[in-house]
Design a binder for this molecule. Sequence first.
Ligand code: PLP
Length: 411
Amino acid sequence: MPAAPALPSDALPTLALHAGLQIDAATGAIAPGLCASVNHLVKPGEAAFSAEGVEDLAQLPYMYARWTNPTVRQLEQRLAALEGGEDALATASGVAAIAAMWLSLLRAGDHLIVSDVCYAGARELASRMLPDFGIEVSAVNLADPAALEAALRPNTRWVHAETPCNPLLRLTDLPALAARVHAHGARLSVDSTLATPVVSQPLALGADLVVHSLTKFINGHGDALGGAVIGPRALISTLRARAGVHLGAALSAQAAWLILRGIDTLDVRLRRACDSAGRLARWLQTQPAVEAVVWPGLESHPQHALAQRQMPLGGAVLTFRTARPQAMARQLAARLRLVHYAFSLGHQRSLVVLLDTAAMMESSYDLHGEALAEYRRWAGEGSFRLSVGLEHPDDLIADLDQALNTPLDTE
Ligand code: PLP
């Protein structure tokens, strides 16, 4: 499958505002309309469709919102433009996008390779649910070409990577991975939630499909769940027919409308947050309470050279480690005034949370031996994930300073 053409780096801000935008013909309204209607008038005989992808449902007149809705469609067209893909399917959440992809495009007897440290929810879905449907699953360190080589089987049909991955911020060399996966006759999907199209465009680097949790940076305001799969029209139309129609995890028009508004400012938000993340990462490195900082833009990141090739910006998420992480978690939760101690990432307000290694192993990753040792090299017994928001970086540093450096038991 030919790779999508790389977007010129300066195309994104304008596409983020204009791609997919439909001016209302009746009123001339410029802001995207919120079409809440679930159904539309149909002309008898006109809206015939096949749910198995013979027709592209997105090309037919609107009929029912589980497969197309005018507001959701504007969002899909904008996402496709931002990733340099032909089309997109928007879903009710990021996990729904991943489930839609695997449950629609894999069959019993197929083998799926997933990154051993991809987003915990995706890893749990792959390792715990897909085998019940007869799909074989291997969790592999995709940053290690030898590990991939050893895991490939004659029936390997799909490889799923995430870069940077949440929460370790380990990277995957996408052109090298895509070349090997395609030589094997398999396909590659990439979860690019932490990067967003501002930081990386996986289709241009060789991926067949790119997946997003729109809940994070793309919406960027912590007030809507959403997901998307973006890629060639033929694959997306199959996804729409199989997952949109039959699995039913459609995105609501209301959420699509919020996400479209979030995307208007995606470029400036991400650039500001990446810049602040760099300042915070460098400041954290100087703090006696901090043992290690991981951020792809730091020279100390183990894959910094790859980051420089593949990510023009370092991303807006970093992790740091301290001694006695559980005690520090209580201290941060009690002391922080601006940074919220909470799960999730990619919102306009900064968020920090401890991801305890033992808990992550138990709930999601189940790594042993060398794979567990590799995880600990990145996260120790647990690391704090800091999702940098849009506050002034000096204010964030001041807040972290007082919270990190004032132990609870000194009162
Ligand atoms: N992918 C990544 C990298 C994530 O971080 C998340 C959520 O944290 C998801 C997918 C799932 O997204 P959602 O919560 O929208 O289902």
